[in-house]
Write a protein that binds this ligand. Structure first.
Ligand SMILES: [Zn+2]
Length: 72
Protein backbone atom coordinates (compact mmCIF):
# COMPACT_ATOMS: atom_id res chain seq x y z
CA UNK A 1 0.00 0.00 0.00
CA UNK A 2 1.60 3.19 -1.13
CA UNK A 3 0.82 6.52 -2.78
CA UNK A 4 -2.36 7.13 -0.88
CA UNK A 5 -2.52 10.50 0.74
CA UNK A 6 -3.77 10.85 4.22
CA UNK A 7 -7.00 12.72 3.67
CA UNK A 8 -8.21 12.47 7.21
CA UNK A 9 -6.18 15.44 8.38
CA UNK A 10 -6.66 17.81 5.49
CA UNK A 11 -10.26 18.73 4.92
CA UNK A 12 -10.87 22.22 6.28
CA UNK A 13 -14.28 22.66 4.71
CA UNK A 14 -16.66 19.81 4.34
CA UNK A 15 -19.31 20.23 1.69
CA UNK A 16 -22.08 18.21 3.19
CA UNK A 17 -22.53 19.37 6.75
CA UNK A 18 -22.83 22.98 7.83
CA UNK A 19 -20.18 24.24 10.16
CA UNK A 20 -21.48 23.82 13.64
CA UNK A 21 -18.96 24.32 16.35
CA UNK A 22 -20.01 21.85 18.95
CA UNK A 23 -17.76 22.53 21.85
CA UNK A 24 -18.38 20.27 24.75
CA UNK A 25 -15.73 21.69 26.98
CA UNK A 26 -15.43 25.41 27.62
CA UNK A 27 -12.70 27.30 25.88
CA UNK A 28 -9.45 27.90 27.68
CA UNK A 29 -10.45 31.41 28.61
CA UNK A 30 -13.75 30.46 30.16
CA UNK A 31 -12.18 27.55 31.89
CA UNK A 32 -9.60 29.71 33.57
CA UNK A 33 -11.99 32.55 34.28
CA UNK A 34 -14.65 30.11 35.41
CA UNK A 35 -17.09 31.73 33.06
CA UNK A 36 -19.85 29.96 31.33
CA UNK A 37 -18.73 29.33 27.79
CA UNK A 38 -21.70 30.30 25.68
CA UNK A 39 -22.27 29.38 22.07
CA UNK A 40 -21.08 32.71 20.77
CA UNK A 41 -18.19 33.02 23.13
CA UNK A 42 -15.87 35.65 21.71
CA UNK A 43 -12.89 34.04 23.33
CA UNK A 44 -13.38 30.53 22.08
CA UNK A 45 -11.95 31.06 18.57
CA UNK A 46 -8.84 32.62 20.01
CA UNK A 47 -8.36 30.40 23.00
CA UNK A 48 -9.38 26.86 22.21
CA UNK A 49 -9.69 24.38 25.07
CA UNK A 50 -6.61 22.49 24.01
CA UNK A 51 -4.41 25.53 24.36
CA UNK A 52 -4.86 26.89 27.87
CA UNK A 53 -1.32 28.18 28.03
CA UNK A 54 -2.07 30.75 25.37
CA UNK A 55 -4.78 32.31 27.44
CA UNK A 56 -2.98 32.15 30.73
CA UNK A 57 -0.10 34.01 29.15
CA UNK A 58 -2.37 36.66 27.66
CA UNK A 59 -4.30 36.80 30.89
CA UNK A 60 -1.17 37.57 32.82
CA UNK A 61 -0.03 40.24 30.39
CA UNK A 62 -3.26 42.04 29.56
CA UNK A 63 -5.76 41.00 32.17
CA UNK A 64 -8.97 39.18 31.52
CA UNK A 65 -11.21 42.21 31.17
CA UNK A 66 -8.88 43.80 28.65
CA UNK A 67 -8.78 40.67 26.53
CA UNK A 68 -12.56 40.51 26.47
CA UNK A 69 -12.69 44.20 25.63
CA UNK A 70 -10.31 43.72 22.72
CA UNK A 71 -12.32 40.96 21.23
CA UNK A 72 -15.71 42.55 21.43
ZN1 LIG B 1 -15.51 30.53 26.12
Amino acid sequence: MEGSDDISASSPSSSSSPQSAVVLSPCAACKILRRRCIEKCVLAPYFPPHDPLKFSTAHRVFGASNIIKFLQ
